[in-house]
Design a protein around this ligand. Structure first.
Ligand code: GUN
Ligand code: ZN
Length: 428
């Protein structure tokens, strides 16, 4: 059976970050045809109604129909400690994050937080994500089981840490990291809509032996993504230099062990040195921009204007619980504000692209999700562009569609998310 969703359809025909709003298309009286979990067609509503006369029709009025949001870097196990006060990265990890992650040795706790996390993600219109687990394989099992139950395209990996910089009780070994990650690749990678991601947390909490073991695992499974953190805070970079005195820079601690490649996604990447930018580009690597986290933890201002044109794939990410919101709308707003502080105004089309296509490209799933086009999986959001009186009175004054959308980017939250569709099925 075909279902037709009518509204203002927002889709991309090119790379809006590079090309600007010309790469975006808004079809005012538009429609999306959904069949068998996929998008069958997109175009003017009148055309699609004529083409699919038997279709079940849902009219969303003036609401915006978009691909669901994709969070390129998140820590689902940190859901319960979001908005923890007063620390910077290393202290924040020691005071809040590591004690919370220890609780995931209990599979029932992991399952409870995984449920809570997916409820929150969907309420905010996030239909796919790439998450870190904890060192416990059961944290990843809980995440995948919950994603599978909901039919979602989701990615995650066991976070590996074997160095004494991580607390006792939250350490594995180089061998365990390899064996447990390999076992989960066999169990989960490519099962339905799930993918396993090899996940060394960051070089300060791994020994060179562990990075080497995970580099070897990645060489055996080049089809998997590899995610980690890179150059988030100045103090962290000094720490990396003291722990890896022979490394040329932070990226070199990964590169030296085979952990730099085109299926690598590096979170934060704020304080990069010129050599690091060159090597990331040569490798074809992707970056995850985490603007609410970078302001909340006080890390710094990501250089979108420099790194986008440098040819790096960039995705947008909440990084919760370091990030302060589950909302990709709020995350777009923070990306706008951070770019403004660097004297660069990102266009609403560029922000929306980053939260959908940009993240999908960074995660190498852009052939499946992150846009509205025939053959793509039907993961969609319907966004109310007048979800609060404040937003409504501003968008009423809009002279074009982007001026109507921008107030929702800057001031919208889960109240703006009117509907969520996963694999062609409405779930909210
Ligand atoms: N660097 C290493 N681990 C983390 C984490 O959990 N959150 C953030 N923001 N940075 C990290
Ligand atoms: Zn992170």
């Amino acid at each position: 059976m075909v279902e037709l969703l009518l509204g203002q359809v927002l889709r991309f025909t090119g790379d809006a970050l590079a090309e600007g709003p010309g790469a975006a298309q808004v079809i005012p009286g538009g429609a999306v045809a959904i069949e068998g979990g996929k998008i069958a067609a997109v175009g003017p509503a009148a055309d699609l109604r004529a083409r699919f006369p038997q279709a079940k029709v849902s009219d969303c009025g003036r609401a915006l129909i978009s691909a669901g949001f994709i969070d390129a870097h998140v820590h689902y196990p940190q859901t319960a400690i979001i908005a923890s006060w007063g620390k910077r990265l290393i202290d924040w990890l020691d005071s809040y994050t590591f004690p919370e992650e220890m609780r995931f040795s209990d599979p029932a706790y992991a399952q409870m937080i995984a449920r809570r996390y997916f409820d929150l993600a969907l309420a905010h219109g996030t239909t796919s994500m790439c998450s870190y687990g904890t060192i416990h394989p059961t944290s990843v099992t809980a995440f995948f089981a919950e994603a599978e139950r909901r039919g979602m395209r989701a990615m995650a990996g066991k976070t590996c840490m074997d160095r004494d910089t991580a607390p006792a009780g939250l350490r594995d070994t180089a061998r365990d990291a390899y064996d447990q990650s390999a076992a989960m690749i066999a169990d989960w990678h490519g099962r339905g809509r799930l993918s396993y991601v090899i996940t060394p947390r960051f070089s300060p909490t791994s020994t060179p032996e562990q990075l080497e073991a995970l580099g070897a695992l990645w060489a055996e499974h080049p089809e998997c993504l590899m995610q980690t953190h890179l150059s988030e805070q100045v103090d962290e970079i000094a720490w990396v230099k003291s722990l890896y005195p022979r490394a040329r820079d932070y990226l070199d601690t990964y590169e030296a062990f085979g952990l730099l490649g085109e299926n690598g996604i590096y979170g934060h990447a704020i304080h990069l040195e010129p050599r690091e930018i060159v090597r990331l580009r040569e490798a074809g690597a992707a970056l995850a921009h985490c603007p609410t986290s970078n302001t909340f933890i006080g890390s710094g201002l990501f250089d979108m204007a420099g790194l986008g044109p440098a040819g790096l794939r960039i995705g947008l990410a909440t990084d919760t619980g370091g990030g302060s919101s589950f909302s990709m709308l709020r995350t777009m707003a923070a990306a706008y504000e951070v770019a403004q502080l660097r004297h660069h105004a990102l266009h609403p089309a560029q922000l929306w692209w980053l939260a959908t296509q940009g993240s999908a490209r960074a995660l190498k799933i852009a052939d499946k999700v992150g846009n509205i086009a025939p053959g793509m999986e039907a993961d969609l959001v319907v966004i109310d562009l007048a979800s609060t009186p404040l937003i409504a009175q501003r968008s009423e004054r809009a002279e074009d569609i982007w001026e109507a959308i921008f107030p929702t980017i800057m001031m919208g939250d889960d109240r703006a998310v009117a509907q969520v569709w996963i694999g062609g099925r409405r779930v909210r």
